[in-house]
Design a protein around this ligand. Sequence first.
Ligand code: HAX
Length: 423
Amino acid sequence: LKEVLAQKIPVWRDEIKSFVKEHGDKKIGDLTIGHAYGGMRGLKAMVCDTSEVPPDKGLLIRNTPLKELQHTQPEEIFWLLCAGEMPTDEQLADLQADLKARAKKIPEYVFAVIDAMPKDSHPMCMLDTGILALERESEFRKGYDAGMKKDQYWEPTLEDSLNILAWEPIIAAYVYRRHAGKEPFRIAPDDKLAWGPNYAHMMGFDDPKFYDLMRLYLVLHSDHEGGNVSAHTCHCIGSALSDPYYAVSGGLNGLAGPLHGLANQECLGWLLQVLEQFKGVPSNEVLEKFAWDTLNSGKVVPGYGHAVLRITDPRFDIFKEWGGKNIPEDPVYQLMAKTFDVVPEVLKQIKKIKDPWPNVDAASGSLLYHFGLKEFPYYTVLFSVSRTMGMCSQLIMSRGWGEAIERPKSVTTAWMKAQAAKA
Ligand code: HAX
């Protein structure tokens, strides 16, 4: 991968430099007071080449629709995100062997750091802390301290990223078993397994169907362009040349929010509450009333709506299809599928909601639950392991083309009011 990037990055860097030199003063949008107070929604103010999310299509990874990538391995996706093309079989095998070799070198102190935390700390907090603790290993920081040149920044960023990707499933599996009180907390990796199934194995699962679900899960959550909270946070931290351990840990802290990655935990909770209250899958009418009750109590219906998408999230479709093929009789799966028939019709009646359709988090939990992964505070950790591929590839790209430190200008409400009066 490093050899491929060493060919491509200088070309991309020159292309971007001369593009910005020639066109840097051209306008690409208008900024309003609404943007500044409204979470900068839709504002085109950053660049991400690894993936994009057209509102009417959903995720494209390097221009390829996700549905065309659903049978791949996550390692292939990481390669695609970084290099812009799929690896050959030989390249994939090389990357997989590299990750396995790195996994063997995980520093032991990370487990002691996690052990110092209460067992009921949130699994996301344990994961983020573990990654941050490993910052001592950063090759980027060592290179920077030794005076590395700017056009070399991407190389140790790649090195750190590969170490994080090799170590994170081990830490995440440890967090799972420790949080759930499943001894032994550590299960040794199986060298015969690829990255995704190996993660499942270290968590203590050995069902081939679950291996395939884990593969799919890691593919589907890998990236979602640059402006979402986790990617943007990681990017912002990285732009200060903080190394990938700082940046990825920070990005994952953002993923831990209920409006972002934690929605999968919330969504499964919502489905289970329905099942318990109505002693099974209720009728459409009952489900509709339950959705209204949720909304009327001031809560969001988790798993529905999106800041960018205006269609059913293709990631939801892919998961739903997988469930239909593999676990069609499961009651939580059936309820999840039924909710899809009912909830959008309810949300469409609320004018302010721009997207009434399900996002990825509406489906994933029900599938995990079927296979006995019932500790739903853990679900966002799975999301994190996958999303680290996106965050790391975005960091490698940014360091590759020498992106500047982020520093938008903030203004006061008094300034805004004066501006409004002038306008
Ligand atoms: N239930 C109830 N109300 C909702 C809603 C939902 N599912 N989706 C949006 N709304 C509300 C918003 O809360 C907002 O209300 P206020 O103006 O009173 O604050 C209004 O509708 C307009 O929101 P929007 O413009 O349609 O959506 P936003 O871009 O502001 O927010 C969210 C997008 C994903 C945060 C939002 O749809 C939501 O809270 N959904 C439920 C939580 C969820 O599923 N999050 C996961 C999203 C995918 C993801 O990032 N995964 O990691």
